[in-house]
Write a protein that binds this ligand. Structure first.
Ligand SMILES: [Zn+2]
Length: 456
């Protein structure tokens, strides 16, 4: 019996088990929770429970499971004398459910051929499809050249301490080849580089009557509200004249509204901080507001770093958070730059911002990902996808960031959404069709089998 024949018989025989095991994990509300942080549970109890649940299941199937202090864990099988391993990286943490659900977000109800729950698409559903594909591979007894490792992270939706711990304090080796089932098919072989920076600039004397300015919640969202507070009645009157739809707030404040959007696509929104800064620049003549308006340019022109490449398109810049702190205007920007660029864009940004009077206080940087299409694992994964679906679509690129950046340049994002699937990740009524889930078990099982036998 070929491995594919075995895989098909496994899926037929274990369909109910595969669904029930996923439901069990979906019913653990694994949102990061600071209130229940404890030793072995760095992201709270539910994330730790989801990890234990998944590792226990892999152990019961005969894999060697290791929990790395609750940050992340892995389950492994294959030839003990193999020097290298291939890996699937999935995450078990989820974003908060929010409102608007038809069924409870943690009920994992099966209805209309679909499973409905937070995490069905992002990322427990695809991860468990990988787990069952791996169990089938282990049970088949197929010969493997490399070991197979399933890596389960618990902090993907927040600060990525999981992967930091895995390759840092826990000292785990890089896989030979890897994929993360956390985006779409056929696969994403390039991801833009990104950095988030906090910069500040003193307000001039002309802004003396302004006591506060607040806008934005997160660096990667376009702010849809901006509020200024001032004792200067004539300034507020000027703002009322510019923004007839704005809201006057008691105790001398004024709020304007923009349109929120994802920080990776800031052109799709209207930055409320920029709207208000433009009016304040006009009203006060203070150059700090003028430079903030410049900085809000979505192409990065105001930071002197605009540009693009053929692979991933233009650089984008989002001004995500603005506040007055100790007489300084403090601004958090999120930049996503083309994947073929090197990190000299950071220095260029700092130099240009310094020329405009901004001081750099803090930054985080993630290098871009680019695996050429004629290299592994792209070659093997693309042929797996094409063999299973007949869809010859070309590999894609994205401005976001997946676990593939943690294992570059040997990993890419591979599935699990297909063209036409509802886009429900991070939204109410997140769901996955059972048909897609079972198909992914087949695709991921075959992908692990073929990667584990790649030459050299
Ligand atoms: Zn995800």
């Amino acid at each position: 019996m070929s491995f594919i024949e075995f895989l098909d018989s496994y899926i037929t025989a274990n369909k109910d088990v595969a669904i029930a095991s996923l439901q069990g994990c979906l019913r653990i509300p694994s949102v990061k929770d600071d209130a229940t942080v404890a030793p072995g549970a760095p992201f709270g109890k539910a994330c730790a429970d989801a990890l234990t649940y998944t590792l226990d299941m892999c152990s019961a199937a005969g894999m060697n499971s290791v929990n790395l202090d609750g940050y992340v864990g892995y389950a492994e099988f294959g030839p003990e004398d193999a020097e290298e391993h291939v890996a699937l990286l999935g995450h078990l943490d989820v974003v908060p459910p929010g409102d608007g659900w038809t069924d409870g977000p943690w009920d994992a109800v099966v209805r209309d051929g679909r499973i409905w729950s937070r995490g069905t698409q992002d990322d427990k559903g695809p991860t468990f499809a990988g787990v069952h594909g791996a169990i089938a591979l282990l049970q088949s007894g197929a010969e493997l050249r490399h070991r197979v490792r399933l890596i389960f992270g618990c902090d993907e939706e927040s600060s990525w301490q999981c992967m930091e711990h895995y390759f840092g304090a826990a000292g785990q080796p890089m896989p030979k080849l890897a994929f993360t089932p956390d985006a779409g098919f056929p696969l994403y072989h390039a991801e833009k580089g990104s950095f988030t920076a906090t910069v500040s600039r003193p307000l001039g004397v002309k802004s003396g009557a302004i006591s506060g300015f607040t806008s934005g919640l997160r660096p990667n969202m376009v702010p849809d509200k901006a509020t200024v507070t001032s004792t200067d009645e004539s300034l507020i009157s000027q703002l009322v004249a510019v923004f007839p739809d704005g809201v006057k707030i008691t105790s001398g404040g004024f709020q304007v509204t923009g349109v929120s959007a994802h920080g990776g696509a800031p052109h799709g929104g209207v930055n409320a901080a920029m709207l208000l800064a433009r009016a304040l620049a006009e009203a006060t003549g203070d150059s700090t507001w003028v430079t903030l308006v410049d900085l809000c340019d979505c192409d990065g022109r105001g930071a002197g770093i605009d540009g693009s490449d053929d692979l991933t398109g233009p650089l984008t810049l989002n001004v995500g958070v603005v506040n007055i702190v100790n007489g300084q205007l403090e601004v958090v920007i999120n930049v996503r730059y083309p994947a073929t660029w090197d990190d000299s864009v950071l220095q260029r940004c700092w130099d240009n911002l310094a020329d405009r009077g901004w001081t750099l206080n803090h930054f985080d940087h993630t290098a871009p990902l680019h695996v050429p299409v004629d290299q592994e694992p792209v070659k093997t994964l693309l042929s797996v996808y094409r063999d299973h679906t007949g869809d010859m679509s070309a590999p894609k690129t994205m401005g976001g960031r997946t676990y593939a950046t943690s294992v570059q340049p040997v990993g890419v994002a591979f599935g699990a959404a297909m063209a036409g699937d509802p886009e429900v990740a991070h939204r109410p009524d997140e769901n996955i069709s059972i048909e897609r889930y079972l198909q992914c078990i087949r695709i991921y099982g075959d992908a692990l089998y073929r990667l584990a036998n790649v030459d050299a």
